[in-house]
Ligand binder design. Structure first.
Ligand SMILES: Cc1cc2nc3c(=O)[nH]c(=O)nc-3n(C[C@H](O)[C@H](O)[C@H](O)COP(=O)(O)OP(=O)(O)OC[C@H]3O[C@@H](n4cnc5c(N)ncnc54)[C@H](O)[C@@H]3O)c2cc1C
Length: 409
């Protein structure tokens, strides 16, 4: 969006975003929240909830695309905050496919986006899922260490993929897998490309499904790629672009790394929004509890020690939301992240979620430690926001490099 047409940053949500907020909140309160404890215990994808979400158009390509394109940039963070307020595990089951869709939208051609993204969501009668598979057992924070190989079979115009991906949300149960692989290992991250693996492609299978600490309604698993053959057209961005990029790497020319950085920076605020939703859920619960629970003849919230924690929770949540909204607005309106503002929002919001949920457990005392109350679940859920899409330390590295201009290790 050009400077001239970009809406000015405004803390007052426009009418469209307010409507989305109300709609998402209603679904979170009426459908997600009541189902949360059951799916956390079952540790399975909550298909009935996905079906309800698809029925009202919340689990749909239209919803994610419209909110992604919403001019103020606040459609996604506002909707995500509400869904994750309902329950982070179920909300990740609803929003997990979007990560793969964003990857296709940001690295693929328009034709590829039009072909694959509808197949990632399906329809209300026939729900589909997508998975984004980058991480490997030895390549988590260090994405340049990816060992999965993609080799071009020129005679057949096919790519052959081999390797093991891990911790993939929807891995193995997805209809479409988006896989990052190395095509020229000598160039590290610059020698990588991203591929779409279409539904029912032979050679792709689910490995171990992980039993997790939190967000247990979201399926996380290994994905095994054994002689997986995909058509040349499944290379995102196309072969010509890849060859140009490899030629630049061979000549030792600078890569257009900033573009990739921009994409990651653009998706990070949405993880921040997830964390804000989780934190707000725990804060609201603890606040209410602190006015009801009495010890020593008065509500526990009447003690300065408890009120001060609540004050800090409320302040941190608002600060986190402001950082998330700023970064989301900047990303949507093509503003440069001169100080890694996307990373700042993800770092601060995820650390806020861990702070708030841990203190919510403490405010609820023994009750907070039991599964009779939701705060222990939110506490377990919150930790993930400090790990995926770049752990907190990695966000600090990015911010540190950006503000100092030094290649900090
Ligand atoms: C539930 C769940 C869902 C996930 N979903 C997906 C998905 O859909 N797709 C996908 O591709 N991946 C996914 N991931 C993987 C996730 O992105 C990685 O776990 C994450 O990037 C961290 O990598 P790692 O686990 O290997 O940790 P490591 O990289 O081993 O890091 C371990 C610790 O060391 C620190 N550390 C590492 N390097 C440095 C450094 N240079 N300086 C300072 N500290 C450092 C880290 O910050 C962290 O605290 C998921 C993970 C989980 C748990």
């Amino acid at each position: 969006m050009s400077e001239a047409t970009a809406p000015a940053f405004n803390l007052e949500l426009n009418e469209d975003v307010r409507d989305i907020q109300e709609w998402a909140h209603g679904f979170a309160a009426d459908v997600i929240r009541p189902a949360a404890a059951e799916w956390d215990e079952r540790e399975e994808t909550p298909w009935p909830v996905l079906q309800e979400a698809a029925k009202i158009g919340l689990y749909s390509l239209d919803f994610f695309a419209n909110q992604w394109m919403e001019p103020s940039g606040l459609g996604i963070p506002v909707a995500f905050e509400e869904l994750y307020w309902g329950d982070p595990g179920i909300a990740l089951a609803i929003t997990g496919s979007a990560l793969a869709a964003v990857s296709v939208a940001s690295t693929g051609t328009t034709d590829q986006m039009l072909e694959w993204t509808p197949q990632m969501f399906g329809s209300a009668d026939d729900i589909k899922l997508a998975a984004f598979c980058s991480s490997e057992p030895n390549a988590g924070s260090d994405v340049s260490a990816i060992k999965t190989r993609a080799v071009y079979d020129e005679a057949k115009d096919e790519w052959v993929l081999n390797g093991v991906k891990t911790w993939a949300t929807n891995g193995g149960i997805a209809d479409i897998h988006v896989v990052v692989a190395s095509v020229a290992p000598e160039f590290g991250a610059r020698g990588q490309a991203t591929f779409v693996v279409p539904p029912n492609t032979p050679g792709l299978s689910q490995g171990q499904k992980f039993s997790k600490h939190g967000i247990r309604a979201s399926h996380t698993a290994e994905v095994i790629l054994d002689q997986v053959r995909v058509p040349g057209s499944c290379l995102l961005g196309g072969k010509e672009k890849l060859d140009e990029r490899l030629a630049r790497a061979r000549e030792g020319k600078k890569s257009k790394g900033q573009a990739a950085m921009k994409t990651f920076e653009a998706s990070r605020p949405s993880v921040g929004a997830m964390a804000v939703g989780c934190a707000r859920a725990a804060y609201e619960y603890a606040l209410e509890y602190s006015t009801q629970r009495e010890q020593f003849g008065k509500p526990i919230g009447d003690n300065q020690a408890v009120a001060f924690i609540l004050a800090e929770m409320a302040t941190r949540i608002d600060a986190a939301r402001l950082l998330v909204w700023r970064a989301s607005w900047m990303a949507r309106n093509d503003k440069d992240f001169a100080n890694a503002e996307g990373s700042m929002s993800k770092l601060y919001a995820s650390e806020t979620a861990t702070f708030v949920t841990q203190n919510a457990v403490r405010i609820l005392g023994g009750n907070g430690y039991t599964r009779e109350y939701p705060v222990e679940r939110w506490h377990r859920d919150a930790t993930i926001f400090t790990i995926f899409e770049g752990a907190s330390e990695i966000q600090k590295l990015i911010i540190g490099r950006q503000i100092t201009g030094l290649p900090i290790r």
